[in-house]
Design a protein around this ligand. Structure first.
Ligand code: PMP
Length: 443
């Protein structure tokens, strides 16, 4: 039974943390949506390669050649992992944020961009120089498709257009109808980029099968926390635009002109947007993670994770003070990401209690998706710091939320400890008085 498969080995399982109540406990990392732990296999691959590290695309020596091969083979591995079509490019970036900013920098002039207000800020904000239309939060997947269809039908021009949409919400974990949105985008004369930051670690993402034009994701959420990300997809807009970064590696030929200026012949491959010495370790780590997930098999990974999702859902359903946040309905399909508020609790204090009393690491706040969390909480919280939690007085209604998230490395015990902790905190209260000091929750 694939649902009974063991979790994949990850780093950090043995880390112990002190409890305010005395003693220590192994850390339960339940914040995969922010950053997932490194797979042991990724760590092993990186460690095995590190002594052979050399400059990529720049050296004649053996180790430079080896590193260059490894870098370009990693590109092929990622292309395979994503089911890229012939002609698609895989550009290595720093992160999803970087990938989407790169795409925003290469969209043709006069491009219209359509983005739901429910997106992570990385998907919401890079388009401010374009003609961007923000679409209202849909309350069903079908409404998302209908909203997009309407918006595209109402376009004033036949010019280029782009839709940017998430595959799985970083707040609710809910799956978005990517295939249907891609069909609607194309029928409406637009292209579509998939923010797969939260989808790729949990589900197979096949660019051809989903029929999306580009996919973006981050290594650190895919068990490869070494500072690299990916933008993969259609080559034309990438090839036609000015390089995202100007510098060495992006140019084929640079020459002084008679008038004293400089002429540049830029690469038309992915290298066009990868100027500077690339992060070969980060890229190799991503390729290693892609292979590890493929070898483990998404069928088994999804089955096991869904069993954990059901366990959390059932556990929280037994606590009436807990309200799980959702756009599409509490039972909508979701990855291992779930946000909630607890009646009578400040979410920051609740998260602090989970950490200090149970050794459980979750996240509280607005999760860099302020408009979405505001919609879900049906409130207008005070201005928070970027990605931060707005302050509520003790006892006041929660203005932010708590997010629990997990994945391929999560043992059952972490999820069970979390459910038990929520029950105990709600029933017995915190054993400590959590106060805010300089915006931080401390015991
Ligand atoms: N999109 C989504 C859906 C995310 O969850 C995140 C990270 N929380 C990002 C984009 C940005 O990813 P990164 O911070 O790695 O750039």
């Amino acid at each position: 039974d694939p649902a009974c498969a063991a979790p994949l080995p990850v780093l950090g399982r043995e880390v112990t943390v002190p409890l305010v109540t005395g003693g220590e406990v192994t850390y339960a990392a339940l914040d995969y949506a922010a950053s997932a732990p490194a797979l042991q296999r990724v760590w092993d691959d990186v460690a095995a390669y590190a002594p052979y590290y050399g400059s990529v695309h720049r050296g004649a020596g053996y180790l430079s050649q080896l590193s260059t091969d490894l870098f370009e083979n990693s590109r092929r591995t990622v292309a395979e992992f994503l089911g890229c079509r012939p002609g698609d490019q895989v550009v290595f970036t720093r992160s999803t944020t970087d990938s989407l900013n790169l795409l925003a920098a290469v969209v043709p002039a006069e491009c219209e961009v359509f983005v739901f207000e429910t997106e992570h800020h990385a998907s919401l904000l890079p388009w401010r120089d374009a003609r961007v239309t923000y679409l209202n939060a849909p309350r069903t997947p079908g409404e998302a498709v209908a909203t997009l269809e309407r918006a595209l039908a109402g376009r004033g021009s036949e010019g280029p257009a782009l839709v940017c949409v998430t595959g799985a919400s970083n707040v609710t974990g809910e799956l978005w109808p990517v295939r249907e949105l891609a069909a609607a985008a194309h029928a409406g004369g637009a292209r579509i980029v998939l923010d797969a930051a939260q989808l790729a670690p949990h589900h197979p993402v096949d660019i051809a099968e989903l029929d999306v034009d580009w996919v973006a994701f981050s290594g650190h959420k895919l068990y490869a926390p070494f500072g690299s990300g990916v933008l993969a997809g259609r080559a034309d807009w990438l090839q036609d635009a000015e390089p995202y970064l100007a510098g060495g590696g992006a140019s084929r030929k640079v020459a002084r002109r008679a008038d004293g200026g400089v002429d540049v012949d830029w690469h038309t491959t992915a290298a066009r947007h990868e100027a500077g010495s690339p992060n070969v370790i980060g890229v190799y780590a991503i390729a290693s993670a892609c292979k590890a997930l493929t070898d483990a098999g998404f069928e088994a990974l999804v089955a096991r994770e869904q069993r954990l999702v059901a366990r959390v859902r059932e556990g929280l359903a037994g606590v009436p003070e807990v309200k799980v946040l959702s756009l599409f309905g509490e039972d909508a399909p979701r990855v291992g990401v779930l946000s909630f508020v607890v009646e009578g609790w400040n979410s920051s204090h609740f998260a602090a209690a989970l950490s200090a009393e149970y050794g459980i690491g979750v996240r509280d706040g607005l999760f860099c998706a302020h408009p979405l969390v505001r919609t879900l909480l049906d409130s207008d919280p005070q201005e928070p710091g970027e990605c931060g939690a707005p302050e509520a007085e003790p006892g006041e209604r929660s203005l932010n939320a708590i997010r629990v998230s997990f994945g391929a490395g999560t043992p059952d015990e972490h999820v069970d400890r979390f459910v038990r902790a929520v029950r105990e905190l709600v029933t017995d209260g915190a054993r400590w008085n959590y106060r805010t000091e300089d915006g931080r929750c401390v015991p």
